[in-house]
Ligand binder design. Structure first.
Ligand code: AMP
Length: 376
């Protein structure tokens, strides 16, 4: 199959910051970008050469978008599979609709990972109070109850410490499926962003360490030699996931790392990932350029780190009580990325900053002190 070369049009489904950073990488390399999303003023739309603002159910708009695009990829998980199926009748969709479908639903995801024999937290399907009590007996407390579909950044999650906690959850039983998961006493959270090309070539960015606040990623650290032993184990697991679904594109596997260094798979994002943003400055090829290369059938780029790095998110909270002091931030040696979102809301990802340094911990100090300069 011949590669999709510069000058062609990349179709992106979804219009958030991941789409925006992909669009920037694609345009730098001479591609045109078409964005399909129900939202009109969104981060990726501002950069797109062609915008399709329409619901995911609009057959006609999807067909127009497919006709405009030489290949389609996505930047957002919660897209109805039917939309991607319709697109894939007319244009290559990478990763496949099947991959999106597998990972957009926690229970399907866990059953799939289990079928590959990968280590993951113990879990059970739960749809009512009785099933929850039975599952709690089996899994033990504490445990975490999560909605099976359409949850992100800890939304739709309940920590259950006792039978009383379980009993107090009355309003949530509305026919939805949930997954009860063992609470993992992890030492740290890590992720592996990786790519697989059209011919099966596999490349990964090593393990990136992630620190969350209120279930939202706060900052990430990376460097060529961070968690080297565990990275080998992670790469094996990650590759197995990509191969089982014949994935072409970029995905991210999130892991819990226990004290003994062993890894449990937490979840898989079938797209580029927040923890991989630091690859823009820290690596020879960013996760976004890699996504482009993979879905276009081009050779994978080098994932080598030119430096250790840290990335800190800028949430909407930073816009209160006063607007951020960008002049103060920029006295620090960091790369600023803002996604062009107009309304800053609490917990909303507005941008991020990245710092490079000789080691991940110095890079961490640099982003944390730069961020705190926003409110001197
Ligand atoms: P998730 O959306 O499933 O990635 O959950 C968001 C965050 O909640 C994770 O990054 C963890 O910090 C925490 N968390 C989720 N599941 C568990 C678990 N089973 N045990 C401990 N912490 C968890």
């Amino acid at each position: 199959m011949s590669p999709i070369n510069p000058g062609s049009t990349i179709g992106i489904v979804g219009s958030g910051q991941l789409g925006r950073m992909l669009a920037a990488a694609a345009q730098r390399m001479g591609y045109r970008v078409a964005v399909y999303s129900p939202e009109s003023e969104a981060p990726a739309s501002a950069l797109a050469d062609y915008n399709y603002v329409a619901p995911y159910e609009s057959r006609e708009d999807l067909q127009d978008f497919a006709q405009k695009s030489d290949v389609v990829t996505f930047e957002f998980e919660n897209i109805p599979r039917t939309a991607l199926d319709l697109l894939s009748a007319a244009v290559p969709v990478r990763p496949s609709p099947e991959a999106l479908y597998t990972f957009q639903h926690r229970l399907r995801e866990k059953l799939f990972l289990k079928s590959l024999g990968l280590a993951l937290p113990r879990f059970a399907e739960v749809a009512n109070r009785d099933q929850l009590l039975a599952a709690l007996k089996e899994i033990g407390a504490p445990a975490v109850l999560k909605t099976a579909g359409f949850g992100y950044d800890g939304k739709g999650q309940y920590k259950i410490k006792s039978l009383q906690d379980a009993d107090s959850l009355k309003e949530i039983w509305n026919g939805q499926t949930y997954v009860l998961e063992e609470f993992v006493d992890f030492e740290r959270e890590v992720s592996m962003v990786a790519a697989r090309g059209l011919k099966g070539e596999f490349a990964h960015y090593g393990l990136i360490e992630n620190h969350h606040t209120s279930h939202i990623l706060d900052y990430s650290l990376a460097g060529a030699h961070l968690h080297e032993q565990a990275a080998k184990q992670a790469a094996k697991m990650t590759r197995a996931i990509f191969e089982a679904l014949n994935v072409c594109g970029v995905m991210c596997v999130e892991f819990f790392m226990r004290k003994d260094g062993t890894l449990l798979v937490n979840e898989v994002a079938p797209r580029t990932h927040n923890s991989g943003h630091l690859t823009i400055e820290a690596c020879v090829t960013s996760q976004f350029e890699q996504q482009l290369r993979a879905v276009c059938g081009l050779p994978m780029g080098s994932t080598s780190y030119v430096s250790s790095a840290a990335m800190a998110n800028l949430l909407g909270d930073l816009w209160e009580p006063q607007p951020p002091r960008w002049d103060r931030l920029l006295e620090h040696n960091v790369a600023l990325h803002l996604y062009g979102k107009s309304a800053a809301r609490k917990g909303r990802k507005m941008g991020h900053i990245t710092a490079l340094a000789g080691d991940p911990h110095s890079a961490r100090e640099a982003v944390i002190s730069a961020r705190s300069a926003l409110h001197p």
